[in-house]
Ligand binder design. Structure first.
Ligand SMILES: Cc1ncc(C[n+]2csc(CCOP(=O)(O)OP(=O)(O)O)c2C)c(N)n1
Ligand SMILES: [Mg+2]
Length: 340
């Protein structure tokens, strides 16, 4: 959900505009949860293949950050990017069809789960290289500044990405060039099996390391969508003035690293469920919106379930991407294109 008004929402008042914003966040977060739930189910039933990294537990971060973005702003993502894509505007059908390898997928069925992108929504792509989206976003941010716009680029990354050299190069260049780049680090407590606290200490420490480098940096509870939206709005405003910023969101990886990962080898089998019982961002938001919103929330539940079911059925029935198109849209130069 993107709001061109910058999302005038406060954490306290849950009437009027704040209530409407909360219902919007709820719908978007539920759509992420439901699309990923459908993908998981399709995998379990042997109908969908390939890898899949669930972002369950991290929905409020994607939705809260993208609430302050415009269509013209761009987002780059990670291997765990379905939530970012949906929050930036990719539809349930476009995503599920993409993972089915259908020609109607947002990337024509050629991107799959970890390389889907959609230029029209400004979702400039997931990728499987840890922190690989940062230099893309840094280049896009600088290009936008040079073009004289106040559009910005947002790069999502994981806590593991902070150990990558490229992250520090990007921070240095973005500060030096005064690039409109917001880096959002989803600290979900693990980089595969490496606990984040062993590398970085308490949540908030990554943000404080970045702050020490001179880049404006904040930490927020990534399970509270109102808090994320509010902090992100401030940072986005700052970035639009032509400065980089950094946001660390404290979240949790509820599911195994990927659908085929044996996470019980390095943490308890019940860790995800226990965390959800106490901190589920959707349940938290539902509670916050209060019993008066109950009927509207139930209607959203029904709408989203119907939307995802229809999207999935349509996607599965759609035509497969054609193998004869396999060499289309590959990297080229004007010179090579002229010779082809
Ligand atoms: C450069 C690089 N190194 C290692 C890997 C293998 N790998 C894939 S995901 C991952 C963990 C990433 O952790 P984090 O950045 O915290 O993201 P999360 O999976 O927690 O969302 C690793 C090490 C990779 N894909 N790329
Ligand atoms: Mg992580």
């Amino acid at each position: 959900m993107q709001r061109d008004n910058g999302g005038a929402v406060t954490a306290e008042a849950l009437t009027g505009a704040a209530l409407e914003a909360g219902l919007g966040y709820y719908r978007e977060m539920l759509l992420v949860r439901s699309v990923e739930g459908e993908i998981e189910s399709l995998h379990r039933r042997g109908r969908m293949h390939g890898s899949f990294h669930s972002s369950m537990g991290q929905e409020a971060c994607a939705v809260g950050v993208c609430a302050s973005l415009r269509l013209a702003d761009i987002v780059t993502s990670t291997h765990r990017g379905h939530g970012h894509a949906i929050a930036k505007g990719v539809t349930a059908h476009g995503m599920i069809a993409e993972l089915f390898g259908r020609s109607t997928g947002v990337s024509g069925g050629r991107g799959g789960s970890m390389h889907l992108h959609q230029r029209a929504t400004g979702f400039y792509g997931e990728n499987a290289i840890v922190a690989g989206g940062l230099p893309w976003a840094a280049g896009a941010a600088w290009a936008r500044k040079r073009a004289g716009t106040d559009d910005i680029a947002v790069a999502f990354m994981g806590d593991g990405g902070f150990a990558q050299g490229v992250t520090h190069e990007v921070l240095t260049m973005a500060r030096y060039w005064e690039s409109p780049l917001l880096i959002v680090c989803e600290n979900n407590g693990l980089a595969h099996s490496m606990p984040a606290d062993r590398l970085w200490g308490d949540p908030g420490r990554i943000a404080s390391m970045v702050a020490a480098s001179g880049v404006r940096s904040e930490y927020v509870d990534g399970t509270d969508v109102f808090a994320v939206a509010e902090v992100a709005r401030g940072l986005v405003e700052h970035v639009r003035t032509g400065q980089p910023a950094f946001l660390e969101c404290g979240v949790f990886r509820v599911r195994p690293h990927s659908i085929s990962d044996a996470d019980y080898l390095y943490r308890s089998r019940t860790a995800g469920q226990e965390w959800m019982d106490a901190h589920d961002p959707l349940a938290k938001l539902r509670g916050r919106l209060g019993p008066e919103a109950g009927e509207r929330l139930d209607a959203i539940d029904r709408d989203v379930a119907a939307e995802v079911a229809a999207a999935s059925a349509q996607a599965e029935a759609d035509p497969l991407a054609s193998t004869s198109d396999a060499t289309r849209n590959l990297y080229t130069t004007p010179e090579l294109a002229a010779r082809a």
